[in-house]
Design a protein around this ligand. Structure first.
Ligand code: ADP
Length: 317
């Protein structure tokens, strides 16, 4: 039997209430394994930035503990911080500094010796090598984002936090960012990113945590989440249009398309019986002829919208 591995980030009961503010984060437990990509998904104001700011030592927790590679983020702050890289949401760069100097400076902040070979490697990895002598204010928005990542990697962190890495960027740059994240994972870096783009979590994460109103609603492996929470739909294409859904099929709650050529049946994959066999028999008995059948899994987007809406219903109750 394999010995259980210790999580690289171990969060226990971490909570934050800002002065004169709401509880931004209710006590949260989360363990993150080395080398995984975890996406924290949630709407604006959910508490995502608060969580990663606490882990990076920028916001002090109101309670609970967290460790990075066994180092407590408060008692052993320096050691924990050394292992962490943070790519902030806002572009915060010195406009007249040259790319090389900016990244080199960050390395120095961590008390590390100058290492030109290391810097070369980081700049090349982020396609910034050609721009190493450019001043920050000469760079496009996309290049500036790359510089932020290069700075976060300058001290060779083991855990990288990316706060909304693609908020407000165009589609092409978003895809570039996803590739960069995938490359970093390959090199063994553990990545925790926050996003409110479901598509982003779906595209790159190994595990997804959903946060809403300061509460971590769930954390689950992406594919398991999609198949566990997922509903499916069966689209039934007919050979001839039906003017209305026959009375005998009322119990199935079928959706009829505007042209009457398709009926859609929604079912829950978690139920013991999907009801499909009986539905198809009943359709035949109603005299409708089938042209084709197609099933579709509900997407993460639909799951997420349901989760957040259920949370709101609970609050209202
Ligand atoms: P997210 O990153 O998911 O958008 P945040 O962590 O920024 O969410 O915010 C969570 C909640 O905490 C929000 O209600 C926000 O208004 C509040 N909040 C965030 N930062 C502060 C602060 N410095 N002072 C007071 N309240 C804050």
């Amino acid at each position: 039997m394999q010995a259980p591995t210790r999580p690289i980030v171990d969060i226990r009961g971490l909570t934050k209430t800002y002065d004169n503010g709401p509880t931004a984060l209710e006590p949260l437990d989360l363990r993150i394994d080395k080398g995984e990509i975890l996406a924290l998904l949630g709407p604006n104001g959910a508490g995502k930035t608060t969580l990663i700011s606490m882990l990076c030592g920028l916001v002090s927790p109101s309670g609970g503990t967290a460790t990075v590679s066994g180092h407590d983020i408060i008692a052993d702050y320096r050691a924990a911080r050394h292992l962490i890289g943070l790519v902030p949401q806002e572009i915060s760069l010195e406009p007249f500094t040259r790319v090389w100097d900016s990244v080199s400076f960050t390395r120095g902040l961590f008390g590390l010796k100058r290492d030109d070979a290391k810097l070369d490697e980081i700049l090349r990895r982020l396609s910034l090598w050609d721009k190493r002598r450019a001043r920050i204010n000469e760079l496009s928005g996309g290049m500036k984002r790359r510089v932020l990542i290069a700075k976060a990697l300058a001290h060779d962190p083991k855990v990288l936090f990316l706060d909304e890495p693609t908020a407000g960027v165009d589609v092409e740059l978003r895809r570039d960012m996803w590739e960069i994240v995938a490359d970093l994972k390959k090199s063994g870096v553990t990545i925790i990113l926050t996003t409110h783009y479901i598509e982003e979590a779906e595209a790159i994460a190994d595990r997804i945590g959903v946060i809403n109103k300061g509460r971590l609603l769930l954390v689950e492996e992406k594919h398991a989440l999609i198949s566990r929470m997922g509903r499916k739909e069966l689209r039934i294409a007919l050979r001839a249009p039906c003017a209305a859904v026959p009375e005998t099929l009322a119990e199935y709650d079928l959706e009829r398309s505007a042209d009457g050529m398709t009926l859609t049946y929604h079912y829950d994959t978690r139920r013991e019986s999907t009801g499909i066999t009986r539905l198809l028999q009943d359709i035949a008995s109603a005299g409708l002829l089938l042209a084709d059948l197609e099933t579709r899994q509900s997407s993460l987007e639909e799951i997420f919208v349901d989760l957040v809406r259920d949370g709101q219903k609970e609050d209202a109750a």
